[in-house]
Design a protein around this ligand. Structure first.
Ligand code: HEM
Length: 383
């Protein structure tokens, strides 16, 4: 270990982008105050994500399908999961998501005073869209929104007990949703299809179904809300210098719209990191990491690595191939199409319905601070 490696890297109270930019300029790897080895540079994060023979995803004692699995076992579950998230499987939900976004924007346009793009728009859209996709009842909206707040608070607190409690609350909610969908007689919902899916010639167990649904929902509702906050904050800021921004985006092809969204998220990636554990001693950028060490792949930092993304300029097309917002390697996000389509749908509804979108004059945006990324609050006016 180099002798200049900082011992305690508590990032308490700091914006993760500025904090990791500073660290990355001097260190490829740092050990944080929880004893985790944090990989900060693009090259090292990509190499570790692609090397599950040395960097295992089995980081939790709980069943995590597919996140916590490695090798062949991971591939078998992943092949099943991917069938639910292909463009063809998701296409029928596009008009549903469009309606949800259009109605929500309409609803918020009636609201007096500023709208918080993270909580009023992002969180509510994420929950409604996810319930519609999975066939969950609309009365779960409020409990899910409350759960997202509790989950956020638990992540912020860093307390393992609090995190375990919110995980248990979530499993209880999913089990209630499973009972509800079991009683429905209409066309099979995505949740019911998952319950009837076969792996190795057998049905998935309830524990497997719950784990998969947890990984489709748990962290991702929060990520979607944060991504919408980042996107709206970017729009209101960029509009001040470019009044034609909305009409330019409206002229983009679908691919250009998605590259635009991914580039905004690359520069301000609110899905901060994922964990690994080393199977053997490894060397990363000259730093010796022992076997059994807890490692963090810091996407937020790697996505801002100036050696890959020259000067961190805004270049949606040029930076697309190296963008790590959805990860890389075997565990690359299977929900990327779903997330990108949902984000595009929200973006386009805003462009169509709220040409006057602007920041609130009196309320400031509030950044999240480590260990979270993105914004806590983005106050805007739709009209
Ligand atoms: C904007 C929102 C999202 C972001 C930024 C995001 C980001 C990521 C990233 C970086 C990974 C890699 C994890 C790793 O390497 O350990 C990942 C994995 C995963 N994501 Fe997403 N994700 C998002 C939305 C979603 C959605 C909507 C779903 C599902 C419906 C989803 C399901 C998953 C699952 C199941 C994994 C684990 C894959 C595996 O281990 O093979 N994500 N996501």
């Amino acid at each position: 270990m180099p002798d200049h490696m900082p011992e305690d890297l508590s990032a308490v109270g700091r914006d993760l982008r500025a904090f990791t930019d500073e660290l990355r300029s001097q260190h490829a790897v740092v050990k944080n105050n929880l004893g985790e080895w944090v990989l900060l540079r693009h090259k090292d994060v990509v190499a570790a994500a692609k090397d599950d023979s040395r960097f295992s995803s089995a980081v939790s004692r709980f069943l995590q399908i597919p996140n916590g699995l490695d090798g062949e076992e991971h591939s078998r579950y992943r092949a099943l999961i991917d069938t639910f998230l292909t463009p063809a499987a998701l296409q029928p939900f596009v008009p549903v998501f469009e309606e949800i976004a259009a109605e929500l924007v309409q609803e918020l346009m009636q609201q007096k005073g500023p709208i918080d793009a993270v909580n009023d728009l992002g969180a509510v859209f994420a929950v409604r869209a996810q319930c519609a996709w999975l066939g969950w009842p609309s009365h779960l909206e409020q409990p899910l929104l409350q759960w997202m707040k509790n989950n956020h608070a638990a992540t912020r607190s860093g307390s393992d007990d609090e995190k375990a409690k919110v995980a248990q609350d979530f499993d209880n909610m999913i089990k209630a949703a499973l009972e509800h969908t079991a009683q429905k007689q209409e066309a099979l919902s995505v949740t019911q299809k998952l319950q009837q899916a076969c792996l190795d010639g057998r049905l998935l167990t309830e524990a497997e179904v719950v784990s998969i649904l947890r990984n489709w929902t748990g962290g991702d509702l929060g990520s979607m809300a944060l991504c919408i906050g980042v996107l709206v904050a970017y729009l209101v800021q960029a509009k001040e210098t470019n009044p034609h921004l909305f009409s330019e985006i409206a002229e983009f092809s679908l691919q250009q719209q998605e590259q635009f969204i991914n580039e905004v998220l690359r520069i301000d990636c609110p899905f901060v990191s994922n964990r690994r554990v080393t199977r053997s001693p490894v060397h990363v950028a000259g730093v010796h990491i022992p076997a059994g060490a807890r490692v963090k792949l810091n996407w937020t930092s790697a996505n801002r690595d100036e050696s890959v993304f020259a000067k961190n300029e805004f270049d949606p097309k040029g930076h697309a191939a190296n963008n790590l917002v959805y990860g890389v390697g075997k565990h690359v996000c299977p929900g990327q199409v779903l997330a990108t389509w949902q984000l595009r749908i929200v973006l386009m509804q805003l462009i169509r319905q709220t040409p006057q979108l602007r920041a609130d004059d009196s309320l400031q945006c509030i950044r999240e601070v480590a260990p979270l990324g993105g914004y806590e609050r983005v106050p805007v006016h739709f009209i």
